[in-house]
Design a binder for this molecule. Structure first.
Ligand code: AMP
Length: 287
């Protein structure tokens, strides 16, 4: 595995790989790697059965543009040495780890990519500007790496929807693939932010996924009211934890539009604060 910090060297390395006929897969991350990130590396590696017909590129960049002024940009966990060894072990070929200066030499970006409607709900409503930061940095990464395929996790369901919409609307010649959420054995979705949780918060946090699973079972059992489902999830979380609910919402799984009755496949998505840590999770219920 090579670790590259500059855009110019990354481009050169990727051009060379493409000239060898390799397919380029990009896995964008903010680092502090866990099995959620690494499961996507392994999925990419499995495509070529280890034959190195694919160049697996991972980016590690904590993107200041996608954090609000009172969010955790400064304290977001970073450990490039640890990440590099995990990435190499999982099968990354090229680790692109640029500095903020390399990505934003002027300190920011005068140009932004804005996806409307689907960014106005869920995390987009709670974190103004977040998805503009995400869409802008992902566009930059796509232009730098020019991958054939890019991989994203279902854990950030709205993020995948935003990227798919952007790629479609702007005719970006990239196939987006999304991968299931990897969880701890007690159901808690892996997240770099889990490192912030106190031991008590960590014990309580699995209620999020349990509440989602119970909701899923109620829908499968015939419940069609989004309001009743949302109320039941909120009640469960409030009874079982000190978590402060940011949102619990139900939208159509395919386009994040409103549903009046659960007669189509839906996503139930939630965000809950445990102390200063904001956790998100979701479940798809196929109807
Ligand atoms: P992050 O480093 O948190 O920005 O995440 C980088 C990528 O990994 C995103 O596409 C996430 O959706 C994905 N990801 C994060 N956590 C998980 C998880 N628990 N399971 C699967 N994918 C994940």
């Amino acid at each position: 595995m090579v670790i590259i910090n500059t855009i110019a060297d990354t481009r050169e390395s990727i051009l060379w790989a493409k000239q060898q006929g390799k397919k380029v897969v990009l896995i964008p991350t903010m680092g502090f790697l866990h099995d959620g990130h690494l499961s996507m590396v392994k999925a990419a590696r499995r495509q070529d059965n280890g034959d190195k017909e694919i160049l697996v590129v991972m980016s590690i960049f904590v993107n200041p543009l996608q954090f609000g002024p009172n969010e955790d940009y400064e304290k977001y966990p970073r450990d490039l040495t640890r990440d590099a060894s995990l990435a190499e072990e999982a099968g990354v070929d090229l680790l692109f780890a640029p500095s903020v200066k390399e990505m934003y030499p002027a300190g920011g970006s005068l140009t932004a990519v804005q996806v409307s409607r689907i960014t106005e709900v869920l995390c987009g409503a709670s974190r103004p500007g977040h998805f503009e930061g995400v869409a802008t940095v992902v566009t930059k990464l796509f232009n730098i790496v020019q991958p054939h395929e890019a991989y994203f996790g279902q854990k950030d369901y709205q993020q995948v929807a935003v990227i798919r919409q952007m790629v479609k609307d702007l005719n970006m010649p990239i196939t987006i693939r999304s991968f299931p959420t990897v969880r701890e054995s007690d159901g808690l979705a892996l997240s770099s932010r889990n490192a912030y949780l106190s031991s008590e918060e960590r014990q309580q946090a699995p209620i999020l996924y349990r509440a989602l699973q119970e909701a899923s079972a109620r829908i499968t059992g015939g419940e069609i009211s989004p309001d009743r489902i949302k109320a039941a999830i909120k009640q469960r979380i409030s009874e079982e934890s000190n978590g402060k609910i940011d949102y619990v919402e139900i939208y159509r799984a395919d386009d994040l539009s409103e549903v009046e009755q659960i007669t189509v496949s839906i996503v139930i998505a939630l965000a809950v604060h445990f102390g200063t840590t904001r956790l998100i999770d979701n479940i798809i219920v196929e109807v």
